[in-house]
Design a protein around this ligand. Structure first.
Ligand SMILES: Cc1c2[nH]c(c1CCC(=O)O)Cc1[nH]c(c(CCC(=O)O)c1C)Cc1[nH]c(c(CCC(=O)O)c1C)Cc1[nH]c(c(C)c1CCC(=O)O)C2
Length: 368
């Protein structure tokens, strides 16, 4: 698909369309992505890539020049352009809203920044009960730029669904408690094991903020939502069930019945897949460490799966990428619903043409 093929809504319609009509429009087009989320028959296996918008694309690096990451997230026209870039280039079956998991935290006044090459850095980490006061409730007015950008996007995207997202309570807590990215999450675990009540209260507040942020995106017109619990694979199933699952369940319950599929993803979560589905997801995201047929056994019936080619495979020659993609598709052959994706985000130095070819390969091989 080229830029010219993107469905265009006439200007007059754009002004008239309400956000809700935007959502119904994507729904009634019955995209392969939404069908797969609902475990309905699909014309081909839908594909999108986590981190499809970003540094792998030269057109992204160009429009981001001189603009800080968090500033770029607050400019609706720029967000719209960046979100559309991979849709134009790769012919993916869904767009993901361009933002970051720390945006709602910034929006409620947490002093944080995203440092290039490092990630989110928090000025005053949250480690005591008094620190919890930093976490006030999120109001839709705090993120009016998100509502505006999604309004622009649903009109531009036509029948291509838009995925909204948020960071899950555990992964957000890990940045807030550590003060930045962490390999071993030692301060986070010290709080979780050392002061279970403070930990529960922290996660509960984060659940409310996350739920409010996802609701804003759904009301603005997002057709699906993904909860990123990227770092929760650091926990055992028992600790996950006791210390994290109540908060993640609260998030999923808050957006239940709003008519959009809910995707739940983490890295290194092979032992947690069943619980992550139980938390309330319609689709469970799987990294490359567990084959999808085995993942389906762990998750149980009634859920679609998303994944799961290793993002590093994209650096291998085309034939090797296709062999790996075929393995994923074969493992998914018996599933009720499969959305093809990477097992984690696109790595910044990935050749974008390798991604475009992979979409084409999956679409062709699964065309029914
Ligand atoms: C853990 C996490 C974060 N952010 C996110 C997660 C969960 C997904 C995952 O597990 O990868 C989510 C995220 N962040 C970004 C997106 C964009 C949407 C998409 O998927 O295309 C999404 C979905 C943009 C971004 N978020 C960030 C970038 C890179 C910064 C830039 O382009 O200037 C992008 C495109 C910054 C960021 N933000 C974060 C990290 C670890 C980094 C990378 C730091 C670096 O290597 O520079 C926190």
């Amino acid at each position: 698909m080229s830029a010219n093929d993107l469905p265009q809504t006439p200007r007059s319609d754009r002004a008239a369309a309400s956000p809700l009509e935007g959502r119904q429009r994507t729904g009634t087009h019955d995209s392969a992505f939404l069908k797969a989320c609902r475990r309905e028959p699909v014309p081909h296996t839908p594909v999108w890539f986590m981190r499809q918008a970003g540094r792998s694309l030269p057109e992204y690096r160009k429009v981001r020049e001189g603009i800080a990451m968090l500033d770029s997230c607050m400019r609706p026209e720029l967000v719209t352009e960046i979100t559309l870039q991979p849709v134009r280039r790769h012919n993916v079956d869904a767009a993901i809203y361009f933002s970051d998991i720390v945006v709602p935290l910034k929006a409620i006044g947490i002093d944080l920044d995203i440092k290039p090459g490092i990630g989110p850095v928090v000025e005053n980490p949250i480690r005591t009960r008094a620190d919890l006061e930093q976490l006030r409730a999120l109001e839709p007015g705090d993120v009016s730029y998100v509502t505006e950008a999604i309004g622009l996007l649903v009109r531009e995207l036509g029948s291509t669904p838009l995925i909204g997202f948020a960071g899950a309570p555990f992964t957000l807590a890990s940045y807030l408690v550590e003060g930045g990215p962490s390999r071993n999450h030692e301060r986070t675990k010290a709080l979780m094991y050392g002061d279970p009540q403070l930990w529960a209260d922290l996660l509960d507040r984060l659940a409310d903020i996350t739920a409010a942020f996802l609701k804003v995106q759904i009301e603005a017109g997002a057709s699906a939502v993904q909860l990123f619990d990227s770092w929760v694979g650091a926990l055992s199933p028992a600790d996950y069930r006791r210390s994290v699952m109540p908060a993640s369940t609260k998030v999923f319950q808050a957006v239940e019945g709003l008519g959009v599929p809910r995707i739940h993803f983490g890295v290194g979560t092979g032992e947690l897949l069943g619980l992550m589905g139980e938390a309330g997801a319609d689709v469970v995201g799987v990294d490359w460490r567990v084959p999808l047929d085995e993942a389906a056994r762990r998750v149980g019936p009634g859920k679609a799966l998303q994944g799961n080619i290793d993002p590093a495979v994209l650096f291998a020659p085309r034939e090797a990428v296709e062999t790996k993609a075929a393995e994923v598709l074969d493992a998914a052959a018996g599933l009720e619903g499969h959305i093809f994706n990477l097992g984690h985000g696109v790595l910044p130095s990935t050749d974008p043409d390798a991604l475009t070819r992979l979409v084409e390969y999956v679409h062709t091989r699964t065309a029914r």
